[in-house]
Design a protein around this ligand. Structure first.
Ligand code: FES
Length: 63
């Protein structure tokens, strides 16, 4: 499922970025480019980040 239409990024890509080490929203943006255009996907992308961190057993970094 696409999360970010501007950049063509799926929830799977976000989960992959977390698996590769992204631990904050900023790191997720740097790794994937998500929410760097119109940013309308940001709230949902943040939700996917937290879900991915939970399933990875990683604590989110304070932003
Ligand atoms: S939909 Fe993600 S930046 Fe526009």
């Amino acid at each position: 499922m696409y999360v970010c239409l501007c950049k063509g990024i799926s929830d799977r890509r976000l989960h992959q970025a977390v698996a590769e080490g992204a631990r904050s929203f900023e790191e997720l943006q740097a790794a994937t480019g998500v929410a760097t255009c119109c940013r309308s996907c940001e709230p949902f992308a943040r939700g996917v980040l937290h879900e991915a961190l939970d399933s990875a057993g990683a604590a989110p970094q304070a932003a």
